[in-house]
Ligand binder design. Structure first.
Ligand code: BJW
Length: 257
């Protein structure tokens, strides 16, 4: 666990920042019971290559398998509730002049916790669109509850529905990328939480921020590929470290006032 001194120092950086960018990955949701992307390939799915499941090619080859994998994950996400680390970020947003979250996660837990400024880089599992023409499905994603089922057809063009997430080889949503990169260039502190830093272009954000002069703080039980960029490494789980950081920020502000 990080020392009180390292938490206090990181809280001071946050308190004196004009703009804070929080960049989250799958590890952020683990304590809410949502497996990381790699963990999600456990058990029944361990026999499949991510490139088979999270690519358009994989979906076209076996739409039933990919649709069913996402249905199983969507059901698990629907039952998940944000843990204390999520609430700590909501508290930090209320206390700081500007805090935005850029997430690679598709589970929507930041919004559910009450964070107001969230940029989703990899889409959302809570939405669907059609494969060929990207017509959005209106409303909650259909689910017949079966362990395996075929994707329903798009009511507009008949092409199969797919989750509205970003698969390997696909472009990220342009507006989200533009905003995230601008925020990385402008922030004073980038708080990096629960990402392995292996998937691009999201993995580039901390380097963009560091090059522009920001301090990077990493929260992760294991050092990520981006750990060398961190001015402070708070080794531990998001649900344990972020509440300590929010509490130190609050204490500091009360001391100021
Ligand atoms: C905890 C914890 C706790 C555990 N608390 N922490 C440039 C260079 C090299 C490659 C590329 C490149 N540009 C593009 C590529 C190819 C590709 C890529 O990056 N491949 C890599 C495998 C190398 N990128 C793309 O294809 C992207 N598109 C793109 O670049 O378009 C332009 C283009 C188009 C065509 C050709 C070329 C360029 C799209 C990437 C989309 C990624 N999509 C996925 C799936 C989303 C839907 C789904 O979930 O099914 O997004 S992949 C998957 O990985 C998912 C995640 O968001 C993403 C990142 O994973 P993350 O968050 O880092 O999680 P994990 O599981 O890796 O790590 C968990 C971490 O948590 C660990 O560090 C733990 O220690 C930690 N942890 N418990 C805190 N309690």
């Amino acid at each position: 666990m990080p020392s009180d001194e390292s938490i206090t120092r990181a809280a001071e950086w946050l308190a004196s920042a004009r703009r804070v960018l929080v960049s989250t990955g799958a590890g952020m949701s683990r304590e809410s019971g949502i497996p990381t992307f790699r963990d999600a390939l456990e058990g029944l799915w361990a026999q499949y290559d991510p490139q088979e499941l999270a690519t358009e090619r994989g979906f076209r080859k076996n739409p039933r398998r990919v649709w069913s994998w996402y249905a199983a994950r969507r059901r698990r996400i629907a039952e998940a509730v944000p843990h204390a680390g999520y609430h700590a970020l909501v508290e930090m947003e209320a206390r700081l002049p500007s805090l935005t979250i850029v997430t690679q996660n598709i589970d929507g837990l930041h919004a559910l916790a009450g964070s107001r400024d969230v940029v989703e880089l990899h889409g959302s599992i809570r939405r669907a669109k059609c494969l060929d023409r990207h017509h959005p499905w209106p409303g909650p994603v259909p689910d017949d509850g079966a362990e395996e089922s075929d994707p329903p057809p798009c009511p507009v063009c008949g092409s199969p529905l797919r989750p509205d997430v970003v698969w390997f080889g696909e472009m990220l949503p342009e507006a989200a990328v533009e905003r995230a990169w601008r925020l990385a260039e402008e922030c004073d502190v980038l708080l990096l939480v629960g990402t392995s830093g292996t998937v691009w272009p999201a993995a580039e954000l901390p380097a963009v921020a560091a090059r522009a002069g920001a301090r990077v703080i990493e929260v992760n039980p294991e050092p990520s590929e981006l750990n060398h960029l961190a001015a402070a490494y708070l080794q531990g789980a998001a649900g344990a470290v972020l509440p300590r950081l929010a509490a130190a920020l609050t204490e500091r502000r009360m001391g100021d006032g």
